[in-house]
Ligand binder design. Sequence first.
Ligand SMILES: Nc1ncnc2c1ncn2[C@@H]1O[C@H](COP(=O)(O)OP(=O)(O)O)[C@@H](O)[C@H]1O
Ligand SMILES: [Mg+2]
Length: 250
Amino acid sequence: MLRVRGLTVGYGGEPVLDGIDLDLESGHFASLIGPSGSGKTSILRVVTNLLQPEHGAIELDVNTREIGFLFQDDALLPWRTVRQNVTLGLRIRGAASGDADTQAEHWLTRLGLEGFGDRYPGQLSGGQRKRVAIAQVLALRPKLLLMDEPFASLDAIVRTRITQELLDWVEREHLTVLLVTHDLEEAIGVSDEVHVLSHGPRATIRARHSIDIPRPRNVLQVRRHPDFGPLLQTLWDELADEPPEKGTAT
Ligand SMILES: Nc1ncnc2c1ncn2[C@@H]1O[C@H](COP(=O)(O)OP(=O)(O)O)[C@@H](O)[C@H]1O
Ligand SMILES: [Mg+2]
């Protein structure tokens, strides 16, 4: 679905990423973890064509319209209702307003927001807003889903619940996903493979791990799988033996 080859990225001559290779098979769920500032978001920017790499190539088996994005800060428009937010992308793609409304209702119901269509984002909790953002993305039926720390702002209970709902959908639809996360347990819990980025500048992929835990998965029960603890320790060690961030006192 996605092949990243020899990706080298910098900002204004400052090197960030150096020769990143990454393959994502169709129907696989991959996570990308790494120290803050190592260049995780920059990889997603290149994949989505928002950033031009210095070297390297991206090959995608889907066109950019088939890619869905979910970011840490939801991009809901505060002056539009929940329904109007969810239908926005569909309308841009030319859906008739009645059809778009029907689809929006379907997705809002699926995500537990039945009857919330006429509210404004400011009248929702953080978890509800995140569900609207997910409805907005899934309504466009993406084949590849890119997520950048999407649940970082949510409390643990809401986060666990929403992660499970999204995982159920991804497993059922065999969606291909690339998730950037800080959360090692989340990465192990949801992924088929975890890619570990080294500390920048000139970050590289320092390790890759296959997570051979059967699906469907429950994000809480998966922690009791015998592979979970050792994998968590390995990932932790790989991140912990990185040098401290430039400029931080030691
Ligand atoms: N638009 C930008 N201009 C200059 N430097 C940037 C820009 N975006 C990111 N950087 C720098 O590039 C590095 C990697 O950033 P980023 O990809 O956001 O890392 P991560 O997502 O892993 O935290 C950081 O050192 C960051 O300060
Ligand atoms: Mg980032």
